[in-house]
Write a protein of this length. Sequence first.
Length: 129
Amino acid sequence: MGNENNVAVGNGAGVSVYGSGNAAFGYLAGNAVAGGSDGAGGLRDGNDNIAIGNQAGSIVTGSNNIASGLRAGREVTGSNNIATGFQAGGDVSGHQNIASGSNAGGAVRGDYNIASGNNAGAFVTGNNN
C-alpha cells in the first residue's frame, strides 16, 4: 500500500493502493493487476473509499466512495458515490450517486442520481434523477 491509513484484508490484499484512508476487503483486495482482471479495491488514487467484494472498486480515482458486491463500483472517477449489488455503479464519473441492485447505475455520467432495482438507471447522463 502506498501513502497511509489504509486497511486491506485478504490474500494478496493492499498491493497497489496509492491513496490514503481506503479500506479493501476480499481476495486480491487493493490490487490493480496488469494484463488481467482487477482485484477488489484497486483504489488507485482516491482517498477514503471502501470496497468489499471481488473486483469491487477496482479502478477508483475519486474519493469518499463505497462499493459492495461483485464488480460493484468497478471504475469510479467521481466522488461521494454508493454502489451495492452485483455490478452496481460499474462505471461512474458523476458525483453523489446511489446505485443499489444488480447492474443498477451501470454507467452514470450525471450527479445526484438514485437507481434502485435490477438494471435500474443503467445509462444515466442527467442530474437529479
